[in-house]
Write a protein that binds this ligand. Structure first.
Ligand SMILES: [Zn+2]
Length: 385
């Protein structure tokens, strides 16, 4: 494998590195105090971390008269990851640093129907464009993270099935590793979005974190104690296919009345057309939002209903998983101004206990369209920190 990045074998070293990541800029003395390690041990480990390009010194600390203390923070130029977001229409890739900044980007369109081999060729080309740019040294790249819609085996890095594109059994990991020689990790797009928000959205201190991707479908990801939860069949936390109306509309999964059939972009359009006389035939979910912004009460009502339905799904999740924080992302959340007031009101009224109602934190993600891409990059960082 290319790259000089080594797994953190020492528990103490990992503890110091994570202290700096989560609490930096921080002094050596405070690291010792907060980790319980002796000051000489911390000094030795920090020396190694600086030599290995993980950590940097700065002199910005508060001074109480004398010399300013030296503080430590992560080295933003130490290592990079290539994140790849393979969406329905495009494959986007970026070189990202440990702070979630994308230094270089490339993007290619993909046809609506496509087979595995041409799909992988477009992905390889998108990544190759980044590597041909000489801004980033190839040996500073520690691997490639790929996010894709659908069901996948993350150990073997095979995407089994995607209902969006019809792709089946795509051997993403083996093909990209053969092509580029970097370690490759594959993840479902909604789980990647969750990891992206967790790592780079300011939630890295949350113990039970959940993110929900509300777009063409409804996907979700749970991050517990810093790690994505999958379950033995990789469906942990999939609230999009929990049933909220017995005998309801047919869902893409084959069941009826799933949350997804109430809140996905397509279902918002379907409801708007059913409820609103003279709704244009070509109506899209974006149009619904724009009409609502213009003050059209009918469209506002459709979006408010969507917020209510989403709150029912979230209540199921809140009452079963008891997350500290839920972040909502994806295209539908661009209508957050119409969805959120009703959603929050219903949860504050109906979550199982009063403490839960008061304390569960529900908000809209900050990373917008980049959450999945950055989450794909975080797949590799998450491995080592
Ligand atoms: Zn379903």
């Amino acid at each position: 494998m290319r790259g000089s990045f080594q797994l953190m074998k020492s528990v103490n070293k990992k503890a110091v590195l994570n202290k700096i990541r989560l609490h930096g800029p921080i002094s050596r003395a405070n690291i010792a105090k907060e980790t319980g390690l002796t000051p000489p041990t911390v000094t030795n480990i920090v020396k190694e971390l600086i030599e290995e390009f993980f950590v940097k010194e700065s002199h910005l600390g508060e001074s109480s008269g004398g010399r300013k203390p030296t503080l430590l923070h992560l080295n933003e130029d130490g290592y990079y990851v290539i994140g790849v977001d393979a969406g329905s229409n495009t494959i986007e890739a970026a070189v990202c640093n440990i702070y979630g900044h994308a230094l270089l980007r490339s993007e290619n369109k993909i046809p609506k129907t496509i087979d595995s081999e041409p799909f992988l060729n477009i992905m390889i080309q998108t990544i190759r464009t980044l590597l041909e740019d000489e801004t980033v040294q190839p040996d500073k790249i520690i691997g490639i993270g790929v996010a894709m819609h659908g069901v996948m085996n993350i150990e073997e890095g095979i995407s089994y099935y995607s209902s969006n594109s019809g792709l089946k059994n795509v051997p993403v990991k083996s093909e990209l590793e053969k092509e580029f020689g970097y370690e490759v990790k594959l993840e479902n797009n909604s789980r990647a979005l969750a990891l992206g928000e967790f790592w780079f959205g300011g939630f890295e201190h949350v113990n039970r974190f959940c993110a929900i991707n509300v777009g063409r479908g409804v996907g979700s990801g749970l991050v517990v104690n810093g790690k994505l939860i999958h379950g033995p069949q990789y469906v942990a936390g999939e609230i999009g296919h929990t049933v909220i109306s017995v005998g309801g509309d047919l869902c893409t999964c084959g069941n009826r009345g799933c949350l997804e059939t109430f809140v996905s972009g397509g279902s918002i359009v379907k409801r708007a057309k059913e409820q609103i006389n003279h709704a244009p035939n070509s109506l899209t979910a974006e149009d619904v939002y724009h009409y609502a912004v213009e003050g059209n009460e009918d469209y506002i009502r459709v979006l408010e209903e969507t917020g209510y339905y989403l709150s029912i799904g979230l209540l199921n999740l809140i009452n079963t998983e008891n997350p500290d924080t839920i972040v909502l992302g994806g295209g539908v959340m661009r209508s957050a101004e119409f969805l959120m007031p009703i959603l929050l009101k219903n949860i504050r009224e109906k979550a199982l206990t009063h403490k839960l109602r008061d304390e569960v934190n529900i908000l809209v993600g900050k990373l917008d369209d980049d959450a999945t891409l950055l989450g794909a990059a975080a797949l590799l960082f998450n491995e080592y920190f």
